[in-house]
Design a protein around this ligand. Structure first.
Ligand SMILES: [Zn+2]
Length: 240
């Protein structure tokens, strides 16, 4: 059990918060006789951020064995030393793999990326196809009428003159190439190849770079300009 209040970084909204009694639950569960050395506990933390309010759930299992000797006090014998040999915390919620994505990223894109992340250990190919779809949705959402929708390959190629960063442009093509095996295995049965875990990690990295370049940076610039304009109009009013 943690000492209340404690500082906490929410894994859903990424906001640093302070957890009070109101948002914290901790229960230990009595061990069955045959597992007397074990301790089981459940910890529930609710994010106090009013825009989030999401719940974190952790289950802890620990095993303690007695290492030291025993001291006899007449009829009573008490162990004098203990040693924790096993202490494992399992994060139940947020579900394994939830990634922090900006809330202003379109919901369907968020869902594809989160699902891709959830299944990445079970099927790299399924995960890669979802990332491929997320890439295409991001291109269409961000570049809107500046590109003619079509095959992903053509959409990326149309960006060649618009993206100044050649490495990023090539990375998008790589992402598409890796994922194409996953997305269209029916086109050529012999081309079904497994996608390596390291390749999938690279794909996630490219997606994150694009989110930063296209969405986060744009949002930051907008906010900065907004506050600058606010300051300027305040000044103007003051000088009247
Ligand atoms: Zn939160």
């Amino acid at each position: 059990m943690k000492k209340i209040p404690f500082n906490f970084l929410c894994k859903y909204c990424n906001q640093p918060t302070s957890i009070t009694e109101h948002d914290y639950k901790f229960e230990t569960i009595e061990s069955p006789d045959n597992l007397a050395n074990y301790k089981f506990s459940l910890e529930i933390i609710k994010c106090p951020n009013p825009d989030c309010k999401k719940t974190h759930v952790n289950v802890n299992v620990s095993k303690t064995i007695i290492v030291g000797g025993r001291k006899d006090f007449g009829l009573v014998s008490i162990s004098t030393a203990k040693k924790e040999v096993f202490d494992e915390t399992i994060e139940v919620l947020p579900e394994y793999g939830v990634i922090l994505l900006p809330s202003y990223l379109p919901k369907d894109i968020q869902r594809d990326i989160n699902e891709a992340n959830l299944i990445k250990n079970k099927s790299t190919r399924a995960s890669a196809s979802l990332l491929r779809r997320a890439l295409q949705s991001m291109i269409r959402d961000f570049w809107k009428s500046e590109i003619i929708p079509g095959e992903l390959n053509s959409e990326i190629t149309q960006l060649k003159s618009k993206i100044t960063d050649a490495a990023l442009y090539n990375a998008m093509h790589s992402l598409k190439n890796i994922a194409s095996f996953a997305a269209h295995p029916e086109k050529d049965i012999s081309s079904i190849v497994d996608i390596e875990k390291s390749e999938l990690d690279q794909m996630f990295k490219i997606i994150h770079i694009l989110i930063k370049e296209w969405y986060v940076n744009k949002k930051e610039r907008e906010e900065n300009l907004k506050s600058l304009n606010k300051m300027a109009s305040k000044k103007k009013q003051q000088s009247k």
